[in-house]
Write a protein that binds this ligand. Structure first.
Ligand code: GCV
Length: 666
């Protein structure tokens, strides 16, 4: 196929041919963004659009709050929820707020794009949480830490530098899936970025903040905890020092004078060489509360990251287990944080590996606000070269039963505020976007950005529904069979990636530094606390009572399930246990045979993905075909490298032959 439908996003794009004739919209709401969104996106679905401000007999779509439209709200609605209902051939998009109207309008657009008839659309939607955030790890020199889609869309050469139109498109993409908060700079705040909170930079940031705020997305900045020192004025950053407190109060006041809708700070403190309150013998509560008090008068928040661990560990020291760190540091501080502090907890106890258990801190905090942190950018999951659709992984995390208040206390219940209603909870994630024309490097990695927003809005959506919606709205003109094939590719990809990388939850084995490709012992004798402890007899980390006792951070009976080798799920066995290579899994295979089988299978699966893709060549736009082929071929090389290095390594240490006698290099 020649005609290019190589799209830049899931929203209706300008290459789309309108299929529906004309439409009369009445905008009862004054919010300017609604008019822009209708003119930009509905316009691409209809041949002609007319917009009026008052209702007439012609009105087909009416967008307004319940008050503005004189419609009754008969059910309990969240402020940013919405209703779409049809009455006498008119479609109403209704909400209590303009923000809700924006989400409702985008939902209507998506439904029309997916082929629903206007008259048939009837929905009531309330978001499960009010915190649906994205974190950029962009540096001001234009690079992105763990970015795989080009350079920053915000910064270049140590300056704020962006294309306002593109940022607006980005803000539309985010609002269309309900994202309402964004931080734009790396949590590792270096010298230049420290200055983002100074007056001249703030004036420049105002325009950017305005673009986002038009879409009800609040701007946040990552700050350097040592700012009082680095900006040259004080000798200390001690949170209990009066001068430090005053410095932050004044600084914060200045920020709000320039950007009144500013959201607040993200802080990575005492982690991976970043400064923090530990330097002064203070706790993380002392540090976070000091900043919170400066932000409180303006309604701002502090997002305080729990990714705190010893990154200078001695590998010889078997008593320290990095997995324990977040819980050990923060659980004891539960209840000590101010109301506008929100802790930020990575989904697993280590660091966004392809497979980890859920962080035991989630559910353990009962009197402290927090969000879970996912990683949309694929640092450890293929770096947007390898295909890895992450919704199946995140859905599993969200559906995990913490049993913290008895059976059925899932992570998503907790994050939706159903378990501890007095605390604020929500979701954040490290984003995968850069200035590549398709936003995410690998075009299919857009599905992770889209899916993240959909899951944050409704954690109970299935990975398949999200994949289906993404494929259908991104590739409206591709035929059904090909759409199903893309959906299948997405749905299988996480397990495929897991098959050819680190086995059974043990993690890591990546090349050091950049983290792409295999190096079984890359981190084994390093200070980072990420070991697999393989020797001639066995593999895995003993985190049971006889090991680091990490299991004890879970509530019973979850702790018992992980403690006992006979009940521990196969896929996490090596995260919790050190076992002989001959240990039999629930699957009936030995650990060593599983390692061989999964690595051979992983490569085969990538080969099958390539074959399916090649067979659809004639049905795909050329540029999309080439783009994905190129990515899949690179993925195949990577998968083979993983297969051979892992299989050879474990053959050499165990001396055990593959039952099927396949090619393992000696
Ligand atoms: C932004 C891991 C990554 C770092 C990242 C860090 C974090 O260690 O490799 O690049 O730093 O996590 O989440 O703070």
């Amino acid at each position: 196929m020649n005609a290019s439908t190589f799209t830049t996003c899931w929203l209706p794009n300008d290459k789309q041919v309108p299929t529906i004739s004309s439409l009369h919209i009445t905008l009862c709401s004054q919010a300017k963004v609604l008019e822009r969104v209708c003119l930009t996106y509905l316009n691409r679905l209809y041949n002609k659009i007319e917009i009026s401000r008052t209702m007439t007999s012609q009105s087909e779509i009416i967008i307004g709050t319940f008050n503005e439209t004189n419609q009754e709200c008969q059910i309990e609605m969240e402020l940013d929820g919405f209703i779409i209902r049809n009455e006498q051939r008119k479609t109403y998009v209704l909400s209590l707020s303009e923000q809700g109207l924006l989400y409702g309008t985008f939902h209507l657009i998506e439904q029309l794009q997916l082929g629903s008839k206007r008259e048939d659309i009837s929905v009531v939607q309330n978001p499960s949480t009010h915190i649906r955030m994205l974190n950029h790890w962009d540096n001001m020199d234009g690079t992105i830490e763990r970015g795989y889609a080009g350079r920053s869309i915000f910064f270049d050469q140590d300056e704020l530098s962006y294309d306002a139109k593109r940022i607006q498109q980005y803000a539309d993409l985010l609002a269309s899936v309900g994202i309402n908060k964004i931080s734009i700079n790396n949590v590792n705040v270096h010298r230049v970025e420290t200055k983002l909170i100074t007056e001249s930079k703030l004036r420049e940031l105002k325009e950017l903040a305005d673009i986002f705020s038009e879409n009800y997305i609040t701007l946040y900045l990552s700050i350097n905890y040592a700012s009082p020192i680095e900006l040259g004025e004080l000798q200390t950053a001690d949170p209990l020092d009066d001068e430090v407190k005053t410095w932050w109060k004044q600084q914060t006041k200045r920020i709000y004078q320039t950007i009144p809708g500013f959201g607040g700070f993200i802080v990575k403190a005492d982690s991976e060489h970043r400064p923090g309150p530990f330097t002064y013998g203070r706790t993380h509560a002392d540090g976070a509360n000091m900043l919170a008090k400066a932000l409180a008068p303006f309604g701002g928040n502090v997002f305080w990251r729990c990714f705190v661990y010893d990154c200078l560990q001695d590998w010889r020291d078997r008593t320290t287990d990095r997995a324990r760190a977040a819980f050990d540091h923060f659980q004891k501080l539960d209840g000590e944080f101010d109301d506008n502090v929100i802790l930020q907890i990575k989904n697993g106890p280590m660091d966004f590996q392809v497979r980890e258990p859920v962080s035991p801190l989630i559910g353990a905090l009962k009197a402290t606000n927090y969000v879970i942190e996912f990683q949309v950018t694929q640092e450890y999951t293929g770096q947007q070269i390898d295909l890895c659709y992450l919704m199946p992984q995140w859905s599993e995390v969200l559906a995990f039963d913490t049993q913290i208040k008895g059976e059925g206390t899932t992570v998503s219940d907790i994050l939706s505020g159903n378990v501890y209603p007095s605390i604020q909870t929500g979701i954040t994630a490290v984003v995968n976007v850069g200035n590549d024309s398709n936003w995410t490097g690998h075009e299919f990695a857009q599905a992770n950005l889209y899916g993240y927003g959909r899951l944050a809005w409704n954690p109970r959506l299935t990975a398949r529904t999200i994949a289906n919606d993404w494929v259908n709205s991104t590739y409206p003109s591709v035929n059904e069979e090909v759409k199903q094939m893309i959906e299948k590719m997405l749905m299988e990809s996480w397990v495929v990636y897991e098959n050819y990388t680190a086995p059974l939850g043990v993690g890591w084995m990546v090349k050091t530094g950049h983290h792409y490709g295999p190096d079984v012992n890359g981190y084994e004798y390093s200070p980072w606390g990420t070991y697999h402890f393989s020797d001639r007899d066995g593999i895995g980390v003993d985190r049971t009572k006889s090991g680091s006792n990490y299991v004890n951070q879970y509530t019973e009976p979850v702790a018992e399930v992980y403690e006992d080798m006979t009940t521990c799920p196969d896929e996490l066995l090596l995260f919790f246990h050190h076992v002989p290579y001959t240990h039999k899994l629930h699957s009936g295979k030995t650990v060593i045979q599983h390692i061989y089988d999964s690595h051979f299978e992983g490569v085969k699966q990538v080969e099958r993905l390539i074959l399916a893709w090649q067979q659809s060549k004639d049905e795909l736009p050329d540029d999309l075909y080439e783009h994905i082929s190129h990515k899949l071929n690179a993925q195949l090389e990577n998968a083979k490298e993983w297969r051979d290095k892992v299989n050879t390594y474990y053959y050499r240490v165990s001396g055990i032959h593959d039952q099927h006698d396949r090619k393992i290099y000696r």
